[in-house]
Design a protein around this ligand. Structure first.
Ligand code: NAP
Length: 248
């Protein structure tokens, strides 16, 4: 039997790109999805598609930069399904620009969504996993969480932080023998709506060029499914997934 079937998965950033593909992949393997993002029309449409294909999904409109909304998401999932087996911290934004552009509001937003959103979800959901001595946290970092390039400084900073949070959580849960697995996933260029979060026209044009080699989000969804479906004593801790022809 698939080690995904009947697992309750809370998935942030489910309304597009990697999140949407992951929701479909996991639902097709029998997971019970709790979809979260800000755009309700997208969540509703995805829920309908999953249900029409015979899968299970509920959703809750959630802004991950709000600690209260994440706590409400966790409470909703626990109330509806009685447990949370997997948390996928996928919501993220990438408004890149050189530091000299002084887009301080965008730095704040990236820190709020990409870092604080991950921590708020860990705070709201992992305690129930510790109680059950079972769980899995999957965080979406990036190749930008390994490499730094001009214009990507703050985004890279947030994704380095995600990688550090993943590794710290992994070590702490291992010491405490909670049986919680941690997986840090670092995609390269993937087709999604992420470039739409860039407001700097030069940066956006440059990245659109770079993204000509981008792979489809299904590839990342399959990697997430692979990590979940391992037996519970095996933790896939780190995955870097690039298009074959991506250099940096
Ligand atoms: N695409 C790539 O090349 C790539 C590479 C490396 C890493 N990643 C990472 O992969 C993750 C998914 O990105 P993607 O490529 O699939 O981009 P995407 O298509 O833009 O999806 C981003 C998701 O995050 C959600 N989101 C944004 N702000 C949010 C907030 N404040 N609260 C809740 N949800 C929020 C969006 O939904 P709403 O707008 O409806 O809230 C959307 O569902 C991100 O963490 C990204 O950094 C992507």
């Amino acid at each position: 039997m698939s080690n995904i079937k009947n697992k309750v998965v809370v998935l942030t950033g489910a309304s597009s790109g990697i999140g949407e593909a992951t929701a479909k992949e996991l639902a097709s393997k029998g997971a019970k999805l709790v979809l979260a993002a800000r755009r309700e029309d997208r969540l509703k449409k995805l829920q309908d598609e999953i249900q029409t294909s015979g899968g299970q999904a509920i959703y809750k409109v959630t802004d991950v930069s709000s600690r209260q909304q994440i706590e409400e998401l966790a409470a909703y999932a626990l109330n509806e399904f009685g447990k949370i087996d997997v948390l996928v911290n996928n919501a993220g934004i990438m408004p890149q620009a050189f530091l000299a552009e002084n887009k301080v509001d965008e730095w704040d937003k990236m820190i709020d969504v990409n870092i604080k959103g991950v921590l708020y979800a860990i705070a709201a959901i992992v305690p129930s996993m510790r109680e059950r001595k079972s769980g899995h946290v999957i965080n979406l970092s990036s190749v930008a969480g390994h490499n730094i390039y001009p214009g990507g400084t703050v985004y890279s900073g947030t994704k380095f932080a995600v990688k550090a949070i993943s590794e710290g959580l992994r070590q702490e849960e291992a010491i405490s023998a909670t049986n919680i697995r941690v997986t840090n996933i670092s995609p390269g260029a993937v087709n999604s709506e992420l470039l739409e979060t860039i407001t700097d026209p030069t940066m956006k044009a440059g990245l659109k060029e770079f993204y000509q080699v981008a792979i489809d989000a299904d590839g990342i969804a399959r990697a997430i499914a692979f990590a979940i479906e391992q037996p519970s004593d095996i933790a896939i801790n780190e995955m870097i997934i690039r298009p074959t022809v991506q250099v940096g």
